[in-house]
Design a protein around this ligand. Sequence first.
Ligand code: ACO
Length: 311
Amino acid sequence: AETALQAAFDEKINADGKIEPREWMPEAYRKTLVRQISQHAHSEIVGMLPEGNWISRAPSLKRKAILIAKVQDEAGHGLYLYSAAETLGTGRDEMLDALHSGKAKYSSIFNYPTLNWADVGVIGWLVDGAAIMNQIPLCRCSYGPYARAMVRVCKEESFHQRQGYEALLVLMKGSQAQRDMVQDAVNRTWWKCLAMFGPPDADSPNSDQGRRWGIKRISNDDLRQKFVDATVPQAKVLGVTLPDPDLKWNEERGHYDYGAIDWDEFWQTVNGHGPCNKERLATRVKAHEDGAWVRAAALAHAEKQEQRSMK
Ligand code: ACO
């Protein structure tokens, strides 16, 4: 029976169909999806912290309103993604425990500090820009709930990218000190953004199977290249320099060449030793503990409702 189920699954994957929660799927496919979707959810939630740092210090009411809306969107993305992962049979408590105990990964990029106001604009422009590049192909991922969640996430990310770029355009029209602040933020963030796409294809253990299952539609290196190609002209319009002396147009390839990424630093950060890993996790754990009374109250309320409905 299992071979017939496997054959039906393979046929659907090969025909580019969607796999839905109640259908049979190989255990390894389920496990990979729980891994990727929960890591993605954790990234959204932890990703609220670097920008949340600036909500109380935004330079105007307008910037503050935009930033609050954006950070709230990231919370929403985390919630759709935890829900999508739950459809695969893993509970939210289990996923959160994995985050809080340091077992689960989340995006490397959120372990760096936001030192000046321009970091908020640069996160929108570059970090959310990279996130969109990676997530648009996920709208075509073979697992239905994940693919559908990504459609809305990408629309919201596109607003985030634009608000960041617009905030930077305004700063670049300001004083020399403001322009310097933007350049400083770009210098600190550029290389970390290139690393967000994950290790080079040759060193990416999950890529081949991810491609075969229709989870990963475009490889880590191809997405990174698309991001570089799209970003260079935007940097020109903005008037900033991207901090890479090897960045230049390659006529033959029809792409920009770029310099070497520091993968040692990337793995250090992914494995818990980046500049802010401890602080990020401690903040999440405290928020979870501080919210214990809300969970207890919600459960008590649900129990009362159930008792009332049984009368
Ligand atoms: N930060 C932290 N860990 C990473 C990163 C990164 N930037 N890139 C890769 N890794 C991890 C992988 O999770 C994997 O570890 P694991 O096997 O323990 O899970 C390991 O490095 C090897 O990488 P790959 O074999 O290339 O892994 P995968 O095929 O899963 O590709 C990728 C990684 C591209 C991040 C993929 O999981 C993905 O597309 N995820 C969904 C999008 C996402 O999570 N975006 C982050 C949020 S962006 C934002 O919120 C603004």
